[in-house]
Design a protein around this ligand. Structure first.
Ligand SMILES: [Zn+2]
Length: 255
C-alpha cells in the first residue's frame, strides 16, 4: 500500500517537477549559452579533474547557505506513528528516486561520454557491476542510465514495492532499498563533483542542497547507506548541516 502513504511526497515531487521544469524552460536559452562557455572553461576539462584549489566549489559558503527550506529535515524523515516501516521506506525511496532523477535531468545535457568519461565523485571512480557481477567501467551518463533503469524496474515491480492491499513486502526489501539508496547517492555525488557550476548557472543549487540533505538525513535515520560509502561527501554534509544564516538566499520566499 505504498500509494496510500505518499500523498505528501507525491505532491512535493509534483511541485519540484513543475518548478524545475519551469526553470528549465525559461533558462533554456541562457543555459545553452552558459553551457558553451562552461564546456570551454578551465573548470570543465575533458574528463580531467580540476586543480586542487578549484576542487570543491560546492563547499563555498555562498553556495552551502542556499536552501529551499530552512526547517529541520529530521522531522520529515522520522517514521510517523501508525505507518508501517516498509511502506514508509518504499514511499520515500520512490520519491527520492524521482527527485534525484529530475535533478540529474537538469544537467544531463552536460553529462556526456566526452565530458564525463568515468563516473567520478571526488577521488572515487564508480564501476558498474552487471547482472552477472562483472565489473564494467562506463561513462557517467551510461552509469546514471544503468542506475535509473535498475531503480525504475525495482520500484515498479509489484512483487518488490507492492501497492495492492494485503500484499506483503519481500524478505529482500530492506537490502534492495539499501542498494537503491547507495546508487542514488553516487548520482548526487557526481552532480556535485562534476556539474555543480552548471547547477549554479541554473540557480538550482538550493534545490540540490536541500534534496541532498533531505536524502542524507533519511538514509542516516534508517541506516540505509554504509557511512564509509558517504565519507567522500562528509565535508559537504557537515557544511550543509549548519543552519543557514538569516540572510540566506531563500528560493521559497522569493518566488
Ligand atoms: Zn557527468
Amino acid at each position: 500500500m505504498v500509494g496510500d502513504h505518499c500523498t505528501f511526497s507525491g505532491d512535493s515531487a509534483a511541485k519540484h517537477s513543475q518548478r524545475s521544469t519551469k526553470s528549465g524552460l525559461s533558462c533554456k536559452m541562457v543555459l545553452q549559452a552558459v553551457g558553451k562557455v562552461l564546456r570551454k572553461s578551465k573548470t570543465k576539462p575533458n574528463g580531467k579533474k580540476p586543480s586542487t584549489e578549484e576542487k570543491k566549489p560546492y563547499l563555498e559558503p555562498e553556495h552551502t547557505k542556499v536552501r529551499v527550506v530552512d526547517f529541520q529535515l529530521k522531522e520529515l524523515v522520522v517514521l510517523p506513528p501508525e505507518i508501517d516501516l516498509n511502506e514508509w521506506l518504499a514511499s520515500n525511496t520512490t520519491t527520492f528516486f524521482n527527485l534525484i532523477n529530475l535533478q540529474y535531468s537538469t544537467i544531463s545535457e552536460f553529462c556526456t561520454g566526452d565530458t564525463c568519461q568515468a563516473m567520478t565523485a571526488c577521488n572515487t571512480i564508480y564501476y558498474w557491476y552487471d547482472e552477472r557481477g562483472k565489473k564494467t567501467k562506463c561513462t557517467a551518463p551510461q552509469y546514471v542510465d544503468f542506475v535509473m533503469s535498475m531503480v525504475q524496474k525495482l520500484v515498479t515491480d509489484e512483487e518488490i514495492f507492492p501497492t495492492k492491499y494485503g500484499k506483503e513486502f519481500p524478505n529482500s526489501f530492506e537490502s534492495l532499498v539499501k542498494k537503491i539508496c547507495r546508487y542514488l547517492f553516487h548520482v548526487l555525488a557526481h552532480i556535485y563533483w562534476a556539474h555543480f557550476s552548471q547547477t549554479v548557472a541554473l540557480d538550482l543549487q538550493g534545490h540540490l542542497n536541500t534534496l541532498y540533505m533531505h536524502f542524507m538525513v533519511f538514509v542516516r535515520e534508517f541506516n540505509l547507506v554504509d557511512p564509509k560509502e558517504t565519507t567522500i561527501m562528509d565535508d559537504l554534509s557537515e557544511a550543509l548541516s549548519a543552519p543557514p544564516s538569516p540572510t540566506a538566499h531563500n528560493h521559497v520566499t522569493e518566488r
